[in-house]
Design a binder for this molecule. Structure first.
Ligand SMILES: *Cc1c(COP(=O)(O)O)cnc(C)c1O
Length: 386
């Protein structure tokens, strides 16, 4: 690979393709009927892709609201000048009520104590705090129990500092086709919303679909969809693959910083878990390690791409570097594997020539999901936006 942009200070980086992000966002927008809003989920620094940069592209592509996990994530977006509505996807500690009001962040609400603290903070600032009511319909994570929804609202609604801007739930199995648990959750959500309306209480925007829900369950798009992983070009499950075409946004690359031809029997890395088995094996070093999100459990169990071909990672992955082995004489692939040189680009996630390694491939090797793979690479590597 040539003509890559690369940081001056370290030969490893995350490439974020903002054009792919735009096309993915538009693809989701096209799935929504006119009038249904798109809330882009940018928690964990936009799943490792860099929230501040991604938000601009999402907004241009038709998103109207944002969701984050923490108050700090919301404050960072406000400080960067983002003006879209921002929802925090759980109820934060009551101590930060003043911060929520100051930065105009909408928390999820499901306890009276928190709601009243929020109302007091808003009233003290002569403002009205908007919040979204979270309902637990069966995932057993956050939200007011569905049987307590109306009672909670009756307890807090007297407060002039509070306004319900939304009512939502979250599905545990939206990616499973014809699923009983999903149907049960949706049923309970519909009943809770009907109960609120029946009691004359405003619901604000009603929303429940995440990425798989948005793709597989258009019947419950309601007022808004909360789309996360799909924006970044990753499929939440096999079931959504035939239903929407997405382009991965993140690539992870480094450059070779050193190459040697060790002697047969020489060890590589901590614990020497790999020993050079024969002549003409090159060992190359790349500055990406587990502190950059390359899980150590992948040691001796992953491929990388170099010069358009696959090569094996060998030895234990270190905190900041790993090594790979190149069999210089191998003709395993249709092109003989030539030697690599210092400066050659190594791809951990992404394409190089005709070869590709996906976040899903790495996730399968780690026995996790693509979500965790991209979040991890967001931790420390410098991001380059293309
Ligand atoms: C993370 C999250 C989402 C987005 O989920 P994806 O599967 O990434 O689309 C939506 N809603 C809530 C409450 C979440 O926590």
């Amino acid at each position: 690979m040539d003509k890559v942009k690369c940081p001056d200070t370290r030969w490893s980086w995350v490439e974020v393709n903002l054009s792919a992000l735009r096309r993915n966002t538009q693809a989701f927008k096209r799935q929504l009927e006119r009038g249904v809003q798109m809330m882009c989920v940018v928690k964990a620094d936009a799943y490792g892709h860099g929230a501040i940069q991604c938000v601009k592209t999402m907004q241009q592509a038709g998103a109207s609201q944002l969701a984050v996990a923490t108050v700090e994530e919301g404050v960072a977006l406000r400080q960067a000048g983002v003006q879209m509505p921002i929802l925090i996807l759980s109820e934060p500690p009551a101590e930060c009520a003043g911060t929520l009001v100051e930065y105009d962040l909408m928390p999820s609400v499901y306890t009276a104590d928190f709601a009243l603290a929020l109302g007091e903070a808003a009233a003290a600032a002569d403002r009205v705090a908007r919040y979204h009511l979270a309902i637990d319909t069966g995932m057993t994570r956050i939200g007011v129990r569905r049987q307590d929804v109306v009672e909670l609202r009756r307890t807090i609604d007297f407060h002039r500092g509070l306004e319900c801007a939304g009512t939502f739930t979250h599905f545990a199995t939206a990616d499973v086709l014809d699923d009983w648990d999903f149907a049960l959750q949706l049923n309970r959500f519909n009943e809770a919303v009907a109960a609120l309306r029946g009691a004359g209480l405003s619901t604000g925007l009603v929303h429940c679909d995440n990425t798989p829900g948005t793709v597989l369950h258009p019947e419950c798009h309601y007022d808004m969809c909360r789309v996360g992983i799909g924006l970044y070009g990753l499929q939440p499950a096999e079931t959504t693959v035939p239903r929407i075409e997405l382009e991965p946004v993140m690539s992870v690359r480094g450059r070779v910083t050193r190459v040697v031809y060790p002697q047969v029997g020489d060890g590589v890395g901590y614990g020497m878990t790999y020993r050079v088995p024969k002549q003409n094996i090159q060992i190359a070093t790349v500055p990406v390690g587990y502190a950059d999100g390359l899980a150590r459990e992948l040691s001796n169990n992953m491929d990388v791409l170099v010069n358009g071909r696959r090569a094996r990672q060998v030895g234990n992955i270190c905190m900041d570097q790993f090594m790979l082995a190149v069999d210089v004489n191998s003709t395993r692939s249709y092109k003989p594997t030539g030697p690599v040189e210092v400066g050659d680009v190594v791809t951990l996630i992404g394409t190089d020539g005709d070869e590709r390694i996906t976040a899903d491939e790495m996730a399968a090797q780690r026995r996790t999901i693509n979500y965790e793979v991209v979040c991890d690479f967001g931790m420390r590597l410098q991001k380059i936006y293309t």
